[in-house]
Structures are given as structure tokens and as C-alpha cells.
Design a binder for this molecule. Structure first.
Ligand code: ZN
Length: 90
């Protein structure tokens, strides 16, 4: 599966400003995808930005693997070279 380029997703300011690659992806209970940088406190401390997911998949096609995330689950990786590891949100 592949995201439609125009599909809207939420990203943290660091990913939005291309200061950081995506390290964490959360699919929230409403079904929205959210992408975050490496900073664990970022989700609490920053305002998300809405963008077309094509901006992310163009730079990193492995983001397309995250179409399979179910609501209330997440994926994370140690670096952009590492595989995605999937988990459920408590
Ligand atoms: Zn961030």
C-alpha cells in the first residue's frame, strides 16, 4: 500500500522544518497519522502542523510502510536506516 500524496497528516515542527527525519509515527484513536522527531518530549511540547504526506514519502519511501498502522498503534525506529518497529499504545 501507498499513501495518496495529498493525504493530510500531522507532523511536529522539527519534521515540518526538515530539522529532523521521522523517528516515530503514531496513529491516534481518531485514525489520524502523526509523525515525530527523536525528542520524546516533543509530542507534549510542540504544536503539530498539517501537511500532505507526499512531502514525507518523497524524501523517505519507507514511510509508505506505515499505511498498515491501525488506530491506537505506533511505529518507531532508531535511525532512518533501521527498520520500523511496531507497537500498540497503552
Ligand atoms: Zn519534534
Amino acid at each position: 500500500m501507498k499513501f495518496n500524496d495529498n493525504y493530510g497528516v500531522y507532523v511536529c515542527p522539527h519534521v515540518f522544518n526538515q530539522e529532523s527525519p521521522v523517528f516515530v509515527c503514531v496513529r491516534d484513536p481518531d485514525g489520524d497519522w502523526q509523525f515525530f522527531c527523536h525528542d520524546e518530549e516533543c509530542p507534549e511540547n510542540s504544536e503539530p502542523h498539517l501537511i500532505g504526506v507526499g512531502h514525507l514519502t518523497e524524501a523517505d519511501p519507507s514511510i509508505n510502510e506505515l499505511t498498515t498502522l491501525a488506530p491506537n498503534t505506533f511505529a518507531e525506529r532508531q535511525s532512518p536506516e533501521e527498520p520500523w518497529l511496531f507497537g500498540e499504545i497503552e
